[in-house]
Design a protein around this ligand. Sequence first.
Ligand SMILES: CC(C)(COP(=O)(O)OP(=O)(O)OC[C@H]1O[C@@H](n2cnc3c(N)ncnc32)[C@H](O)[C@@H]1OP(=O)(O)O)[C@@H](O)C(=O)NCCC(=O)NCCS
Length: 395
Amino acid sequence: MTRKLNEVVVVDAVRTAFGRAGEKGIFWNTRAEDLCVPLLKALMERNPAVKPAMIEDSIWGVTNQVKEQGGTIGRMLPILAEWGWEIPGCSIDRMCASGLTAVGFSVSQIASGMADCLIAGGVEHMGHLPMGFMRDPHPRAEELLGGPSAFNMGMTAENIHDRFAKLTKDMADTYAKSCQDKTDQAITAGKLQDMIIPIEVELADGTQMMADKDQQPRPSTTMDGLAGLKTPFREAGGRVTAGNASGLNDGAAAVLLMSRSKADELGLQPKLRWVASAVAGVDPTVMGIAPVPATEKALSKAGLTMDDIDIIEINEAFAVQALYFLDQFGLKPDDPRVNKWGGAIAYGHPLAASGPRLVAFLCGLFKENPDARYGLSTMCVGRGQGYSMIWENVV
Ligand SMILES: CC(C)(COP(=O)(O)OP(=O)(O)OC[C@H]1O[C@@H](n2cnc3c(N)ncnc32)[C@H](O)[C@@H]1OP(=O)(O)O)[C@@H](O)C(=O)NCCC(=O)NCCS
């Protein structure tokens, strides 16, 4: 039996502000689920033609699926939103790309005709559930992954600097400074207001506040300031610092996806049309290089080249890893198509939330650039994976 794929569109994408992990973070007293439920509700409020009963699955990426993030959080979220028992849900783990994989699996369900209307999201409360918390790797994992550095993402970034020595610390710091500058410009110009859903929170000292701004950006970053930072992943001769790496963060993001026919039936104006996706595996000790093969595969499936891509959203786990990607595609570090509103070095990287965050940025950037046709969302993943998705502007 041959069947045609259904056209898949993104109708809307929202996120919380991203907080710093830890007691000084805006979400220290907020549970992971309570970051997500306001996003589910916001997607309905912003798109009144869509009713909770139409959601055929709630697919959530979560890296650390224990404690408040365990127990199949994807299933719990519609219940906590008081949407009833009829909305199913599940949780997915592909580490940093868990949320982007949730979007990808939703695309597959809709394209295949299994569903017409889905919510895909990602959440990570790294303050409550730090990276690696309660993990118990197989005794052979270290040997088979290529050594102990495969378990520490900062060390994998140092390994990229070692292996590709032309990517220097100065380049990483220049990239990081530019990221902070672009982020500051985007925030000052109000570009993020539409995607951030404010949440009322209580801080560690009991103060109540509205969490409606990202906590991590450092607009006063200077090259001198960056040059003087410690290199926590390698004491002598290290190049990766808190300034040219993404941080430890709490946050959530969610995407409403539909078949094109369902969106048309409901009179909704979609923002993106799915074109192609691919996932790739690489040497885990240099996991940050993986967006390159993943993007090459996705471009090939789409019948496109990098020249066709007008907007590139790469998750900056580390500056060196984004620089490697640009270098391999022959792009300059300051290519204007790349992370136009800044990236994870400034906003932060609450692991599974970052993929849907990239999709939300693409929605905003396509709207702002109606002449842009194709966009890319790509990210690297611990244990050596890359995930890339190509989208078309339909605004
Ligand atoms: C790099 C890392 C260890 C730093 O953690 P941290 O020490 O808690 O980070 P902080 O925000 O406190 O920054 C450390 C210092 O650098 C300073 N700093 C950070 N960014 C800066 C900037 N842009 N300009 C100037 N100073 C900066 C901070 O002010 C702080 O200074 P202090 O020690 O004098 O207070 C942590 O962010 C990390 O592990 N990042 C990678 C996360 C990761 O692996 N994710 C998965 C990717 S696959």
